[in-house]
Design a protein around this ligand. Structure first.
Ligand SMILES: NC(=O)c1ccc[n+]([C@@H]2O[C@H](COP(=O)([O-])OP(=O)(O)OC[C@H]3O[C@@H](n4cnc5c(N)ncnc54)[C@H](OP(=O)(O)O)[C@@H]3O)[C@@H](O)[C@H]2O)c1
Length: 256
């Protein structure tokens, strides 16, 4: 199986790295020449990665095509490419809907939208996809945790929550800098904060069949530090602000 990527930016770099570190069986990965620096780096890093001359060459030689360009570029270039009947086309493009993709692709192909996130390079993280498709699901399950969505409108909600990655890292950075201001060496502070949050996240995954409120409760003791932490942040509107931000990200996505 040859896998082709149109658009070689941040998300292609993460997905290709994940694939090359995974058990996915493939013959070759062919990248579009843009961005040249990212494509060259991936080619140097992984034996089975090569760079095509142009986007059409990728479509002509691959059975699976990943669309990893921005929505503006997608609207402009997809309609001018000649796809093959029966190809599997996975679009990462945030705001192009399935009907829009079908119209631009024109031929009868399997078209799936997926939203992988950068930790896919570590073979971790959720991959919401629409519509459900067994082949594509099995593929992404080797790279992370696939979440099949049966209604396209719902996918926007998942996309909104992915806008919380930078705020999450900002929280880690704030806590780490707080330790540094109190005299802790930066490397120690960062090591402490990142291993604390990886442990908490792992615990949350293990317990994800229960209501997450259970963990909020379990991690507090009466009059303890965590009780104070969650009470004061609640009072300051930290969690209300989180929900408000999710709403406004969703509102923006609904406008597109
Ligand atoms: N980053 C994420 O976490 C993430 C996650 C899921 C989905 N997505 C979606 O995936 C898409 C790509 O996101 P990204 O973050 O990877 O963006 P990005 O880093 O800006 O990558 C886009 C790439 O498209 C290339 N490009 C521009 N015009 C092209 C053309 N005519 N033909 C082929 N390639 C062309 C750009 O090359 P130049 O640099 O040479 O212009 C760039 O390398 C977006 O629709 C985004 O919404 C992103």
């Amino acid at each position: 199986m040859k896998l082709g990527f149109i658009g070689t930016g941040k998300i292609t770099s993460s997905v290709v790295t994940g694939i090359c570190r995974s058990k996915i069986s493939f013959k070759k990965i062919i990248l579009s020449p843009r961005n040249r620096n990212v494509a060259k780096r991936l080619q140097r890093q992984f034996k089975r990665v090569s760079i095509a001359k142009n986007n059409q060459e990728i479509i002509n030689s691959c059975s699976w095509i990943f669309l990893a360009i921005t929505p503006t570029v997608g609207q402009k270039i997809i309609k001018n490419l000649k796809f093959k009947v029966g190809q599997t086309i996975v679009s990462f493009i945030s705001t192009m809907t399935l009907p829009q993709l079908k119209k631009a692709i024109k031929v009868k192909a399997t078209i799936v939208r997926a939203i992988p996130l950068p930790p896919i390079s570590l073979k971790k993280g959720p991959v919401p996809m629409f519509p459900p498709n067994k082949k594509v699901k099995n593929f992404f399950n080797k790279l992370g945790t696939t979440i099949e969505i049966s209604n396209e409108k719902l996918s926007k909600n998942f996309w909104s929550t992915s806008g919380m990655m930078a705020p999450f890292y900002e929280l880690l950075s704030t806590m780490s800098n707080w330790l540094v201001k109190r005299g802790v060496k930066k490397d120690k502070a960062q090591k402490y904060i990142t291993s604390l949050f990886v442990a908490l996240s792992q615990d949350a995954v293990v317990n994800s069949n229960k209501d997450l409120k259970h963990l909020v409760k379990e991690s507090q003791t009466s009059k303890g530090l965590n009780e104070q932490g969650v009470r004061e942040l609640r009072k300051a509107g930290f969690y209300r602000a989180t929900e408000k931000t999710l709403n406004s990200i969703l509102k923006r996505l609904n406008k597109v």
